[in-house]
Design a protein around this ligand. Structure first.
Ligand code: ACO
Length: 428
């Protein structure tokens, strides 16, 4: 489909800029030629900038839509499982029965870590945050698989993709076990992806752990909901790092580091910290008022989203999952959950939140589910990173194979001093 050019008039000059129309979503103005004409575009935080073209995930923030390869997230959360979703993200199509079996088997048979990695874990302080450990171990995997640096070789890329997806639950679970002072629990390849992860977290050499199907399914659903989310900060970080053809393990470590921040993947951990800080439903009003007061620097964690301005479709699914898990565990009267629901209700009715289109995001509920699964808050972001690894890998691979690939190199609006002369220290 041809789309009209955009015309930019500046300083008596007329510049014609082509526009491009994707399969869905708004048209984009192709500004690639602007640099040659002496202008850059200015868009801090990339609020209006498409940094790449991609056929993996589509979000319509106003309509509250999230599609992976065209499939609505609700259908995948309801009817698919995480590994099938990962297959879809990587390959563009859902697998048939044989492909699914082969994919699942490959992932489950590569779940062990190189034995020498044990000494890496043991080099950390016991109280190290699991995300600090994950960033390091994922990056260190490049040292164990040096052949993975050949990113031009499709076979090497494929091996790395499987290694990452297969081993990331073990890395995450062992980060936790080390922090807890318990022996590392080896993966069980006869278990599903989420059930095996729960086993590695909760079993000990003295006691096995058999998660109920409802709980394993709830965790699997969290993985599906977090598997990809278009060009968010961490995914863009993975693409940016990978654009130089850096080793894939290093790129995923970079994405993990970005995800760690409280404005991104750290949000569900911050939600529980905030609920603990509120402490009592009677104090919710006080905290809502603080969030509305710009000078306080306080925000209601788990509210608002850069893209979803009406509702986060993942939040609705997670809210439902939250009820299922609390039902299964007989935790209806969990005071924290009750307080969360009260906070949700008050914020949804408040003018400030309505006007600014601040709705609960997926992290608001996922923290409560993870807590009910016996997972400590310090592991929440690690679980997000585990799930997002599927999407990061898909996006990284798509970037590497895209025609006309270029190393990422944003420009800037320089606001520093103009040229000046150096003065020796005794003359300053
Ligand atoms: N509580 C109170 N006020 C808020 C909140 C909040 N949670 N979020 C945004 N606002 C206000 C801002 O103060 C700002 O007000 P202003 O227009 O008067 O200056 C306005 O709403 C817009 O906020 P921005 O930060 O400009 O919005 P942006 O789209 O850049 O940020 C973000 C989105 C970072 C998610 C923000 O809403 C936030 O900090 N939320 C809390 C953290 C959180 O839950 N993060 C999870 C994100 S989801 C994810 O990573 C999966």
């Amino acid at each position: 489909m041809t789309t009209p050019n955009a015309t930019l008039q500046i300083d008596g000059q007329t510049i014609e800029l082509p526009t491009l129309k994707g399969a869905l979503g708004p048209a984009v103005i192709d500004t690639r030629a602007l640099g040659n004409q002496g202008y850059f575009t200015y868009d801090p935080g990339f609020l209006s900038t498409a940094s790449c073209s991609s056929s993996i995930t589509y979000i319509d923030g106003d309509a509250g839509l999230l599609y992976y390869r065209g499939y609505p997230i609700e259908q995948l959360a309801e009817r698919s499982d995480f590994l099938e979703t990962a297959y879809l993200l990587w390959n563009g199509e859902l697998p048939n029965a044989g492909q699914k079996q082969e994919f699942d088997a490959l992932v489950s048979h590569h779940s062990m870590l190189h034995d020498q990695m044990l000494s890496l874990f043991k080099g950390f302080r016991r109280d190290a945050h699991p995300m600090a450990v994950m960033v390091s171990i994922l990056g260190a995997m490049a040292a164990f698989y040096p052949e993975s640096s050949d990113v031009a070789d499709p076979r090497q890329r494929e091996i790395s993709m499987f290694r990452l997806l297969a081993k990331v639950p073990t890395v995450a679970a062992w980060s936790y076990k080390y922090n807890k002072g318990e022996p590392f629990i080896y993966p069980r390849n006869d278990q599903g992806y989420a059930a095996n992860f729960l086993h590695m977290l909760h079993a000990t050499p003295c006691e096995s752990y058999e998660p109920s199907p409802v709980l394993a399914r709830a965790l699997d659903r969290i993985f599906i909901l977090h598997a990809d989310h278009e060009q968010n900060a961490s995914t863009s970080t993975v693409r940016m790092a990978g654009s130089s053809y850096a080793n894939p393990f290093a790129c995923i470590a970079a994405g993990t580091a970005c995800l760690w921040g409280p404005l991104h993947g750290g949000a569900n951990e911050s939600v529980l910290a905030m609920l603990a800080q509120i402490g009592d439903a009677a104090r919710i009003g006080e905290f809502v008022n603080r969030a509305k007061d710009k000078t306080s620097g306080f925000r209601l964690m788990g509210f608002g989203h850069r893209i979803y301005k009406n509702m986060d479709p993942r939040a609705a699914i997670m809210r439902q999952t939250c009820y299922e898990v609390l039902d299964e565990l007989g935790l209806h009267d969990d005071p924290l959950f009750k307080m969360a629901l009260k906070l949700e209700q008050i914020a949804l009715e408040d003018d400030y939140f309505i006007k600014k289109k601040l709705y609960p995001n997926v992290d608001f509920y996922s923290g409560i589910v993870l807590r009910a699964l016996g997972i400590p808050t310090s592991m929440f972001t690690a679980i997000f990173a585990l799930a997002r690894t599927a999407g990061w890998i898909a996006q990284w691979n798509e970037m590497i194979v895209s025609p006309g690939h270029k190393i990422a190199r944003p420009r800037q609006l320089y606001t520093g001093p103009q040229r000046r002369e150096f003065a020796p220290v005794n003359e300053r």
